[in-house]
Design a protein around this ligand. Sequence first.
Ligand code: SF4
Length: 464
Amino acid sequence: MALSGLEIFKLLPKTNCKECGLPTCLAFAMNLTSGKIELSSCPYISEEAKAKLAEAEQSPIRLVTIGVGDKALKLGNETVMFRHEKRFENPPGFAILIIDTMDDAEIDARLSRFQELQYERIGILLRPELIAIRNDSGDAQKYADLVNKVKQNSDANIILMSSNHDILSASLKVCADRKPLIYAATPDNFEQVAGLAIQYSCPVTAKASGLDDLAELTTKLTEAGVKDIILDSGSRTLRRAFEDQIFIRRAAISKNFRPLCFPTVVLPCEMTNDPMMEVLMASVFVAKYGGIIVLSDFQGETLFPLLLQRMDIYNDPQKPFMAPEGIYEIGEPDQNSPVLLTSSWALTYFDLSLAIEASDIPAFLCVERIENETDVMCWCHYCLRSTQRGKLDSKSTSRFIKECRIKDRVNHRKLVIPGRTAQFKAELEQTLPEWEIIVGPVESALIAGFLPGFAEDLKNLSET
Ligand code: SF4
């Protein structure tokens, strides 16, 4: 279990030497608790203290990897019940269901959707990770052929869904090199399925009816030598499954109850026939501890919000999202289009880019990297209320404007800065003598009133 700041402080040298970059050992302890600093930043911690801290920091929930290479899905390793306590570590994986009784056209369509439904957001690729292949036909060869087809035509991590040992065995011969998740070992077949998991070094799902049976099953699997286990409590109603997820997480984090110290799988695809209800259920499990979430199908309009929700919940609350530094084209700007400046803080980037998009005026948005959120070169209404003044480092901004070479993309030399950084206009004009600095509106909501007139002035300028 994680140690408190004071417990960590007792293990430190207490010399306040400041070499870790913090003024006192107590400050170091507090920062270590909240994950803002690494243990290695203090060179004077004794080996004994290091061992105690490392043991305390060890996650009670086992890290389980499904798949191989850079597309492998890592689950578990969580240390907290609530995101604000530190952060959630490994986001849940989304799986699309393919059944071996589906016709070829349907299977091909699902494979295409899996490969194509990918989205880029502030430099992060959002996409699903898994294909769950279910055996309903009872035909081992047909199932193995389908598994092979999925393997050849996608980069998905694979879930093999069958409780039949022979069918699982035939399909593992086809795809064991992709380290699939075997679904599932049950109280009836666990000895045989455990044998396959060990033979092929694959993770396996333990599936039982209720948490008591599940704990008993994982104990038997562990005793048989299986280490990488995913939990399915067998609940197929939202309420029961939701309660199970919370119970399992609490049993692992608060009680360190070893039989339930594993990531989970939930199957909204088996809880409802209503696609919209299924997505709502999935969103509950994104927030509350689902490890793998199996959906009956993917559609862009439902998958995208789930991917966004996952990204938001699993980002580190102490490190706000940052858009990569660079020039962003909004619409199809040309050499006479406006150039606006903002910081890389994702909130202000989205706020401003959406406002420009809504104004229907194509523009270049120059996004300068900031080191922390207190450097508020910001267009957000929220910041306007929480902070009275914006900050702008004219040296850093002039470096960025020169390096990004926006001057090669436009004929004019007019740069729009956030209204709240107006006091830096003169300073910036000194460091960027080529450019005329235009003070824009104080918040992005006013962009629609500002941009059309400004764009018209630029157009007229180019014609004179
Ligand atoms: S480097 Fe270590 S001993 Fe020095 S102040 Fe930081 S925590 Fe204390």
